[in-house]
Design a binder for this molecule. Structure first.
Ligand code: OAD
Length: 270
């Protein structure tokens, strides 16, 4: 199939889809005012990941690592979900099976209302006891104590996020691959699609026959694999797709997502 950037062409595919999976990255939160990692003003342009986001960095200097996370928590604390997050939250109630897999740790998808959500890289609002592994939610900003300590055992707490050189939670990752293998439609949105293993999820979906749609500010390595490519702001493109989908459903009251092909879909295919 030739690649397309037409929402009109995409809608018939969405009307037929029973299982939809979306992978998101930092670009989805950019319009909420949260910096991405690799863009022009990206975090990894100003800060060194190896000094701030590795287990070795934490063992060597927990205070420095926590100061950086405390700064990021303060930066994120007052940010609100944007139309991209809000649209994806609505899609849970639209598609028969819908899962959102995110690399983001900012919690904005949850705040927007998404519940069928896998947070592959953890969550910045959670802390984990280094000694006992207990996970606590903590939304206090700024932190009163740096580095913070476990209220139960007094052990050192660390951010409950995945750092470079660490493995992702294996059950979460297996679930993410299972969903990607089984879906009919996969969106990759606002991710540079280069950090593994997350970057393999859309590829796995496409190899298993799913329709792949990329929505990003610019082309990524997925561009040549995707059948639909939309370049621009996720917070503008997703609501446009959503509106077109609702209009298609309204036009044909018998149309319902994931069921038999709709009249409109058949017409479009002719
Ligand atoms: P990146 O910063 O690598 O990529 C963000 C992507 O979003 C880029 O391709 C941008 O072009 C695009 N983008 C920016 N603004 C956008 C907008 N308004 N709408 C759509 N796209 C936009 O972020 P990730 O791919 O999420 O991992 O990075 C993956 C992982 O690398 C992160 O989870 C983090 C990082 O190191 C860890 O910390 C383990």
């Amino acid at each position: 199939m030739k690649s397309s950037s037409s929402i009109e062409d995409l809608i018939p595919h969405l009307l037929q889809a029973k299982k939809v999976v979306v992978l998101t990255g930092a670009g989805v939160s950019a319009e909420s005012g949260i910096p991405t990692f690799r863009g022009r003003d990206g975090l990894w342009k100003k800060y060194r990941a190896e000094e701030l986001a590795t287990p070795y960095a934490f063992i060597s200097n927990p205070r420095l690592v926590w100061e950086w996370y405390d700064w990021r928590r303060q930066l994120i604390a007052d940010k609100q979900p944007n139309p991209a997050h809000l649209t994806l939250a609505k899609w849970e109630n639209i598609f028969p099976s819908f899962w959102l897999i995110t690399q983001n740790i900012d919690g904005l998808h949850q705040q927007a209302g998404s519940r069928r959500l896998l947070e592959l890289h953890g969550n910045i609002w959670k802390m984990r006891c280094v000694d006992e592994g207990t996970v606590f939610e903590n939304r206090t900003t700024p932190l009163p104590e740096i580095p913070p300590h476990c209220p139960d055992c007094g052990g050192l707490l660390r951010p409950h996020v995945v750092w470079f050189g660490e493995s992702l939670d294996s059950s979460l990752l297996s679930e993410a691959f299972r969903l990607s293998h089984e879906c009919e439609v996969m969106f990759s949105i606002g991710t540079s699609a280069i950090v593994q293993p997350a970057a393999s999820l859309p590829v796995a979906a496409a190899e298993n026959g799913a329709l792949l749609i990329e929505i990003n500010a610019e082309p990524t390595p997925l561009a040549s694999v995707a059948q639909f490519n939309f370049y621009g702001r996720a917070g503008e493109i997703l609501p446009q797709i959503h509106q077109a989908l609702l209009q298609a459903l309204e036009k044909n009251s018998s149309a319902s997502l994931g069921k038999n092909r709709t009249t409109k879909a058949r017409k479009t295919e002719k």
